[in-house]
Ligand binder design. Structure first.
Ligand SMILES: O=C[C@H](O)[C@H](O)[C@H](O)COP(=O)(O)O
Length: 228
């Protein structure tokens, strides 16, 4: 199977998981990226079952709305039973690197409210040690050089993310992203805390202190479910 076919497989499995575990009338938490997009498409026919969705990016909001979903303001929502999102890497403990699509901050906020984080990923995303995928860090623009120096002092090689047009890529929140290469994260929880301490950092794309609760992994043998 191709990577896209595996993504579609886990997206369908996530829709089934949600239909089984989420009570009618609840609010759905929705992530960002190519796998999350396929999940949105897979759950779209059941949108009437939900009070609405809380989205983690402008892109996912547009996709949800194109399917007729009501997208709710997180400030008006107390409970999100399930949040479904992809990952750039995930380890055997459910710790993840996220933010390849730049949505890490809103993803972390929505995930923090959710009771259960369901990670959906094709098999290539499961790794023994996080860090081969450059770690995204969202940064206040005026702090980018200072934060880059601090990240280098932690052993990484930060690089400012550019957009397709060759300009500086900006997040939905108007900030910049440093992608930090050269890391081998043996203790993701401690590294997440260390990066959180750097002035100017908005969000580090390490989801370790609050990782995934469930992984739906697309493999050649079908979808493997892990509960952490
Ligand atoms: O900012 C983007 C998100 O963290 C995505 O969930 C992550 O990059 C994985 O995306 P994809 O499903 O496209 O591989």
């Amino acid at each position: 199977m191709t990577q896209d076919e595996l993504k579609a497989l886990v997206a369908r499995a996530a829709a089934d998981y949600v239909l089984e575990h989420v009570q009618p009338g609840a609010v759905l938490g929705v992530g960002t990226g190519s796998t999350a997009n396929l999940f949105i498409d897979a759950i779209a026919a059941e949108r009437g079952r939900f009070a609405g969705a809380v989205s983690s990016s402008e892109a996912s909001t547009r996709r949800l709305q194109s399917h007729g979903f009501e997208v709710l303001d997180l400030n008006d929502v107390d409970v999100i039973p399930v949040y479904v999102d992809g990952a750039d890497e995930i380890n055997a403990k459910g710790h993840m690197i996220k933010g390849g699509g730049g949505a890490l901050t809103r993803e972390k906020i929505v995930a923090s409210v959710a009771t259960t984080f369901v990670c959906i990923a094709d098999g290539s995303k499961l790794v023994p040690v996080l860090g081969a995928f450059p770690l995204p860090v969202e940064v206040i623009p005026m702090g980018r050089a200072a934060v880059a120096r601090a990240l280098a002092a932690l052993g990484g090689q930060p690089r400012l993310r550019m957009n397709k047009e060759g300009g500086i890529a900006l997040t939905d929140n108007g900030n910049v992203i440093l992608d930090v290469a050269g890391l081998q994260l043996q203790d993701p929880v401690a590294f997440e805390q260390a990066v959180n301490q750097i002035p100017g950092v908005v969000t580090v794309g390490l989801f370790a202190g609050r990782g995934a609760d469930v992984l739906l992994l697309g493999t050649e043998n079908g979808v493997e479910q892990t509960r952490f």
